[in-house]
Ligand binder design. Structure first.
Ligand SMILES: Nc1nc2c(ncn2[C@@H]2O[C@H](COP(=O)(O)OP(=O)(O)OP(=O)(O)O)[C@@H](O)[C@H]2O)c(=O)[nH]1
Ligand SMILES: [Mg+2]
Length: 312
């Protein structure tokens, strides 16, 4: 066997963009983190946790899959923040090579139907990912569910998984690899995301607050980073938490500052793991009335569409 023949039989490198879409809370971000093997995208039990598109890059010896995590598809579009999030979903679907529509096992709701309509709007192959199968006690129940959802659209494949436990993720990975077109890597082989540490730090703090606070408040809250300064021994980060009223501010701070302190400590630990350095995290809470309903305020708070960081 000479070297030339071997080169001819080596599999061609494959690379492509794969959008992850679905209604809020089905586990899109948990799935993205599972697929790239790192916690990049924030997650919580509350809907509308993800607000921006975020790339997660999984690279193997013969492929690079560039996943786009997206905000949950909304039915109603009240407020500028919701509209922004819907635009993000729309832009994630432009020139992708495959779309993963994520739903929850044994549930097919009108919101899923709506998300399907958006996911199927382009011509990229559509894969139905049935997530959270770890919650299904009797796997026999899955079969009739699979049959009924398979009639909903022309899915290239239907793959039941658990993003949380990792169950059946390798089947999904095989399926995705098969959908990537031949082509060179879009990103350096060791890159995990398109987002900066500064961006991820803001999101980590928002995750901790979202998880701790009651149902309505997370939607009224956003985080900006005012300073992100690396020195020899540590990184100094100053963050502002924006809410819409003085009463919300009081809740975020908590009694004697307890809420803010607890969230800040958890966020600092995660940021330290992410950037591999000691972190001093300063937090301030400020009020900007109706920011989530005001396009201009939104843009000031960082809700602008990222220039695509991949050639399109
Ligand atoms: N039991 C179980 N829970 C899961 C699984 N995947 C995600 N979850 C949970 O479902 C909740 C929502 O997960 P996320 O990943 O934040 O969902 P999302 O679709 O990104 O939500 P939005 O960004 O708000 O649209 C979290 O509490 C996750 O821990 C799974 O496979 N099994
Ligand atoms: Mg999410």
């Amino acid at each position: 066997v000479n070297a030339e023949t071997e080169a001819d039989t080596a599999p061609a490198f494959r690379c492509g963009l794969v959008a992850i879409v679905g209604r809020p809370n089905v586990g899109k971000s948990t799935l993205l983190n599972r697929l790239i093997g790192h916690k990049i995208s924030i997650t919580s039990r509350k809907p509308q946790t993800t607000r921006w598109n975020l790339l997660g890059i999984a690279t193997g010896p013969h492929h690079q899959a560039v996943f786009v995590d997206t905000p949950g598809v909304q039915g109603r579009h009240r407020g500028a923040l919701n509209r922004f999030m819907s635009r993000e979903v729309g832009s994630a679907l432009v020139s992708v090579d495959a779309v993963l529509l994520v739903i929850e096992a044994l549930r097919w709701t009108p919101a899923d139907e709506h998300a399907l309509g958006i996911a199927a709007s382009g011509d990229a192959p559509l894969v139905l990912v049935i997530n959270k199968v770890d919650r299904v006690r009797d796997r026999k129940e899955l079969l009739p569910f699979l049959q009924s959802v398979s009639a909903a659209a022309d899915f290239r494949e239907i793959v039941p998984v658990s993003a949380r436990s990792g169950d059946n993720i390798s089947d999904l990975e095989d399926c995705i690899r098969g959908l990537l077109p031949e082509g060179p890597a879009l990103f350096p082989l060791d890159q995990l995301t398109d987002r900066s540490e500064r961006f991820l730090a803001a999101d980590i703090l928002r995750e901790k607050l979202t998880r701790k606070l009651g149902a309505e408040l997370p939607y009224r809250l956003t985080v900006t980073i005012d300073r992100f300064m690396e020195s020899g021994t540590h990184t100094r980060i100053d963050a502002t938490i924006w809410v819409e009223s003085a009463s919300q501010k009081a809740i975020v701070i908590g009694r004697n500052g307890a809420m803010l302190k607890a969230a800040g400590t958890e966020a600092r630990r995660d940021i330290e793991k992410l950037i591999g350095a000691r972190v001093f995290l300063g937090t301030h809470v400020r009020v900007k009335r109706r920011w989530s309903e005001d396009e201009k305020a939104l843009a000031e708070l960082g809700y602008t569409e990222q220039a695509p960081s991949h050639p399109v």
